[in-house]
Ligand binder design. Sequence first.
Ligand code: NAD
Length: 322
Amino acid sequence: MPSHKISNMSKVTVVGAGAVGATCADDIAQKELCNEVILVDIKEGLSEGKALDIWQVAPINLFDTRIKGSTNDYAMTAGSDVVVITSGLPRKPGMSRDDLISINAGIVKSVTENIVKYSPDAIIIVVSNPLDVMTYQAFLSAGLPSTKVFGMAGILDTARYRAFLADALHCSPKDISAMILGGHGDTMVPLPRYTTVSGIPVTELIDKATLDAIVERTKVGGGEIVKLLGTSAWYAPGTAAAQMVEAILRDQKRILPVCAWLQGEYGLKDIYMGAPVKLGRNGIEQIIELQLNDEEKELLSVSAKAVREVMNVLDGMLASAN
Ligand code: NAD
């Protein structure tokens, strides 16, 4: 007897209907990456309003991915294949970094617990900052394998690096391929040795001083936008998270920089940090270890130290709460 079950129905939840979450949900819907998107926020009416606005783009831009909003009702998220967590507060004047860690960790914890209650098989992508440590919090709260809990930062950071290079070289950003390792912050490690323009090593096309300046600008690329806007970026971050959703749902096996739980790779253990991974329907299907030179190894170890310090703050908070 023929089955009437639609076997490839797919559903994505985006938690946080702020700037990044709404941009991500919009991109997912417009690219028809799944059948249904649920946008969740704690602020009454925000997700419903943004979802309605995005849905009203459908007749103009011609897509049929359904999008619905939910004020903290996680029952609506049930059976999600992928969940993107963007909920969290930005740092406000007078707030210490530790305050921010504590508040956002609390938000990420409760959101993750709600998500896995209704979608025990979901793959979770964390976007909330401080990214590496919020991904760690989601991993602790989800009880899922680390292949299914990871963070978005590297796609954004490499996109910034590639955009700056495209400007400097007066060429299409499409042709620039690059890799960045490490934590999502000023210690990130852009890798000029692994940067090419249509296969040509970037070092053959650009002088060292210009390349060094682009690397430094990339490291503070988020701060550059905060200075201009008074708040952090959302178009590129939201789109970057949607690219990860696409790689997973379409089982593309893309090689992308992702904040992953390292278990010995790069000589690092029990730490979430950016590294190249293969992303497919099972989440992280492989972590790729590059052959680094001594200078790159040193930069990565500085970055790992910075991430570890923030992880220790969170571990300390969790220990004192128990
Ligand atoms: P935003 O303030 O516009 O949106 C955050 C939303 O989260 C708000 O609408 C808020 O109501 C919601 N929220 C708060 N607590 C919640 C909860 N318990 N449940 C559900 N929703 C809740 O902020 P934004 O600009 O969209 O940024 C979101 C997060 O992403 C921030 O932490 C930001 O630092 C981070 N970010 C990360 C990257 C990255 O590369 N990983 C890039 C940009 C921004």
